[in-house]
Design a protein around this ligand. Structure first.
Ligand code: ARG
Ligand code: ZN
Length: 894
């Protein structure tokens, strides 16, 4: 059964201090947990119920004495129940001695072993797998941790805070004692023990404090940590400069592990990272890997304030820290961009993720508000809605109060709540209270509907030009479709950044009245609060082209009927780069949707001449950044096209999009060649946005040149591509060349893949790319599934390692629609097998995979019936985890 937000109750006990002592052994780790507790006088006296999972309990002492206790086994797991505790609100000591088996912990929650090293992951509810505890974020305690382990096998012993003591023990063992000066919830606890080496950096903050920064990795990986360290230093400087938030610890540590369910974890002072977001070198990491490292290092560092210093009262408030911290990491990456154009590119990339992943989530069976009302398994709610949509909600607040106003709001938030576990209301209230004159303050209760109502709102816009009155009337209306448990929605507060563009491209002055009001507005931001609004713009000599939702000012779908000519105007001239890009996407989407819904075979020419020429013009435009060109020239994904349709035939969409790709490849062949030549540069590698953009465009050019090779009888480009693949001095160029060959199905792909594997046998993250590239290659006649099945047997494949599973199984089921949605249902049968196999090992990861068929109800025949059958087969399993059960039950609900 589900847990409901409305049922929140304060804890019956508080824990002031925790002393943990670990005897680390992979097969049997002994944990002594000595706590100071007292009753919470604000709630009725009751038994103490401590959460625990897969623990062996040896002893319980209260104030040093044996005590009676019992175990309660519920469907949510085990609880240790103590009924006869001292009365009154005096503190008492509780000692619990347990053992656990990290070596067998394949769930990667709690204490686990990866490559002979101990790691922990406690968010959200992993601490209960280490010891019995009040495992909830509003119970914040001071921790002292002693680690004991074999000195040779585990020379490095780390936990949160400061190292206060270390030394030798008998039998070749040693110990280290750590004290964390900050109160924290259990989910921020961490320990690491193993053979690791560190890159170290000493810094002095602006405030004059000295800090030691350390990044711990396996010996061979030290040369791949420079970028992470630079990113950390930039993060520290940025948080000081933009929000006045300083590093509060003498020592800040990052440790990398190759077995990790998620990206990284913000444990206080001891962040634990997936290697994917720490390790980066020119030879092994692509530009997007470099930027992933920068974002995630920033993200986890920023959690030190937004998450650790101020945390969540309960897990329904998860977006309090995640939405805000994603917003912060997005802003950080944008602020690191030297050029405005690079900021715009970053914004487009972030929006693309939101629209291709979060919008479908919001329209499917897992749709939930940014602050959910109920869940069965909290791990299932680490979603793009909580993270990315949550970040958009924070971004709208900043838009409504201004950048400085937002910084003031953050300051007030920390003044009020430092050291507390709070709610999303507390955050929004602080931002509003710091800006009493703002739209946000005036509209706060309505604004907070963004936290409460699921689903993506639609804004419908329609314009009418009145030549006689030289006026242009724009009507804006909003609606939001029903989502599970929410049939009816109230209007949202929607900030619409807008401008008017003349047919010749000139920006037009804004003079308008709202809802037949008296006052003239000239602001480029209009805030919708009602179901409908009418804006009348004055003084216009000709019909303007409206540019709405500039910079994607709200996470909504904008319905507006532009003519092709209007979109071409925006594409060529809009001063807002986001809407320039958006105009090209809309044009491409229009052509795609027309061809998808037409009868008969997919025509060779899906695109019209005007679109092709517009793309040529963009490619040739010297004033535009390469990165921006690459975004404009990349067609909307198959998934994004599918989202626009009521009934989805993945094979038809694939065929149409492939036809469009081929058409652009052939029609622009000389321009692609020119773009590739122009991107050639000498000089050393740097992952900065400008040079990364050049490589991205060069990569897209190679993809196109290889696609065009067969139909045009060209034999030069595949050979040149292979040469580039061999000679590349960085992973971006090398991987782009390889995937151009693989994607075009060229015969050179095979030797290139073999060579790639041989070159990087010992680089796990590169081998991941090798699997991923093959599993996500364009399907030709159903050839991908057999390949995937064959790769599952490759000696390098392991379903236990989440990165590897993601690079093969997820890359196929989630990242290759045409390969997966097969008319014979074999893709779904494979999915059933993998979900069940994975669930027995790692339910969290299995539940992610289970979501690959979220949108099955939209599928056309025969896919829909086959998908339903596959989901039912998973549902029929009697041994499902709560994680997978929740996802599957929702998928089957009407
Ligand atoms: N708080 C982490 C982050 O966003 C994510 C941890 C999620 N872990 C989990 N097992 N669900 O940086
Ligand atoms: Zn986070």
């Amino acid at each position: 059964t589900a847990i409901h937000r409305a049922d929140y109750q304060a804890p019956a006990y508080w824990i002031a201090t925790v002393e943990l002592c670990f005897d680390l052994d992979p097969a049997k780790t002994r944990v002594l947990n000595r706590m100071q507790l007292r009753r919470n006088p604000d709630v009725p006296a009751q038994a103490l119920r401590l959460d625990g999972e897969e623990l062996n309990l040896a002893r319980v002492l209260v104030n040093g004495q044996g005590t009676s206790f019992r175990m309660d086994t519920t469907e949510r797991g085990q609880q240790l129940v103590l009924e006869n505790l001292p009365e009154g609100d005096e503190p008492f000591t509780l000692e619990i001695f347990t053992t656990c088996c990290p070596a067998k912990n394949t769930k990667l929650m709690g204490l686990f072993v990866s490559q002979d090293t101990f790691f922990t992951q406690c968010e959200a509810e992993g601490f209960r797998r280490i010891t019995y505890f009040l495992d909830r974020p509003d119970v914040m305690a001071l921790y002292t941790v002693t680690l004991r382990a074999d000195r040779d096998k585990y020379p490095v012993l780390l936990s949160n805070g400061n190292l206060v003591e270390e030394g030798t023990l008998d039998d070749g063992r040693h110990f280290a004692k750590w004290v964390d000066p900050f109160k924290k919830p259990a989910y921020l606890f961490a320990l690491v023990a193993g053979k690791l080496v560190a890159r170290e950096q000493r810094i002095r903050s602006r405030a004059g404090n000295d800090h030691l920064l350390q990044i711990f990795v396996r010996r061979g990986d030290l040369d791949k940590t420079e970028h992470a360290m630079l990113s950390l230093m930039h993060s520290i400087a940025w948080d000081e400069a933009r929000f006045g938030l300083t590093l509060d610890l003498e020592r800040f540590m990052i440790v990398a592990t190759s077995d990790f369910n998620m990206g990284a974890m913000e444990n206080k002072g001891l962040n634990i990272f997936n290697t994917k977001y720490v390790l980066a070198s020119q030879a092994t990491a692509t530009d997007s890997d470099f930027s992933g490292v920068e974002s995630v290092v920033g993200h986890e560092y920023f959690h030190n304030w937004t998450g650790d210093r101020v945390t969540c009262r309960d897990w329904f408030q998860l977006s309090l820290k995640e939405g805000l911290t994603v917003f912060r990491d997005q802003e950080f990456s944008m602020d690191l961009c030297a050029e405005a154009s690079a900021r715009a590119v970053k914004r487009i990339e972030d929006v693309r993720v939101l629209r291709t992943v979060q919008f479908p989530e919001d329209a499917g069976p897992m749709a939930h508000p940014v602050r959910p009302d109920a869940y069965i398994e909290i791990s299932n709610f680490y979603t793009v809605t909580i993270y990315e949509k949550g970040a958009e909600v924070v971004r709208m607040m900043q838009t409504l109060v201004g950048r400085d106003g937002f910084a003031k709001g953050m300051t007030l938030y920390f003044e009020r709540h430092d050291g507390q576990a709070v709610t999303c209301d507390d955050f929004a209230q602080a931002i509003a209270d710091a800006n009493p004159q703002s739209h946000l303050a005036a509209l706060l209760p309505q604004f907070k509907r963004w936290y409460a109502q699921a689903g993506t709102p639609r804004v419908h816009a329609a314009g009418h030009y009145d030549a006689e009155n030289r006026s242009y009337t724009l009507t804006l209306s909003q609606s939001c479709p029903p989502t599970p448990d929410q049939p009816v929605k109230e209007p949202f507060v929607i900030p619409v950044a807008l401008g008017l563009v003349a047919a010749n491209g000139a920006a037009l002055p804004l003079q308008y009245t709202v809802d037949s009001g008296e006052t003239n507005a000239s602001e480029a931001l209009f805030t919708m609060t009602q179901a409908g609004h009418t804006l009348v713009f004055h003084g216009l000599d000709a019909e303007p082209v409206p540019s709405l939702l500039r910079g994607f000012s709200a996470p909504v779908i904008l319905d507006i009927e532009y003519s092709d000519a209007q979109l071409l105007t925006l594409l060529a001239h809009d001063s807002d780069p986001f809407n320039r890009w958006e105009a090209a996407q809309r044009l491409a989407l229009r052509h795609a949707l027309n061809a998808v819904s037409a009868e008969g075979d997919v025509p060779a020419q899906v695109l019209d001449g005007a679109f092709v020429e517009a793309m040529r013009a963009i490619l040739r435009e010297p004033a535009l950044d390469a990165a921006f060109k690459e975004l404009v020239l990349t067609l909307p994904s198959e998934g994004y096209i599918a989202e626009q349709l009521a009934v989805v035939d993945p094979q038809r969409i694939h065929a149409v999009r492939e036809a469009m790709r081929l058409q652009l490849a052939v029609a622009l062949q000389p321009d692609w060649a020119a773009a590739w030549e122009a991107s050639e540069h000498n000089g050393s590698y740097s992952p900065d946005p400008l040079s990364a953009g050049r490589r991205a465009l060069a990569g897209l050019a190679l993809v196109n040149l290889n696609l065009a090779a067969a139909p045009t009888g060209d034999t030069v480009w595949p050979g040149r591509t292979y040469q580039r693949f061999k000679d590349a001095d960085n992973m971006t160029d090398r991987a782009n060349a390889l995937s151009a060959l693989v994607g075009a199905g060229h015969e050179l792909a095979k030797p290139a893949l073999e060579r790639f594997h041989a070159l990087f046998t010992d680089e796990a993250l590169v081998i991941d790319k090798w699997f991923q590239m093959q599993a996500s290659a364009p399907d030709r006649g159903g050839d991908i599934l057999p390949l995937v099945k064959q790769l599952m047997k490759h000696p390098d494949f392991s379903i236990q390692n989440p990165n590897r599973a993601r690079s093969l199984v997820f890359a196929y089921c989630n990242g290759n629609p045409a390969g997966f949605h097969r008319a014979d249902g074999a893709g779904y049968a494979f999915w059933v097998e993998q979900v069940l196999a994975m669930d027995a090992i790692n339910p969290q990861v299995a539940a992610r995979l289970a979501r690959a068929l979220d949108r099955w109800k939209k599928l056309a025949a025969p896919y829909q019936a086959l998908a339903r059958e596959a989901i039912s087969r998973v549902a029929a399993s009697t041994s499902l985890s709560n994680d997978v059960r929740e996802v599957i039950t929702r998928a089957l609900a009407d």
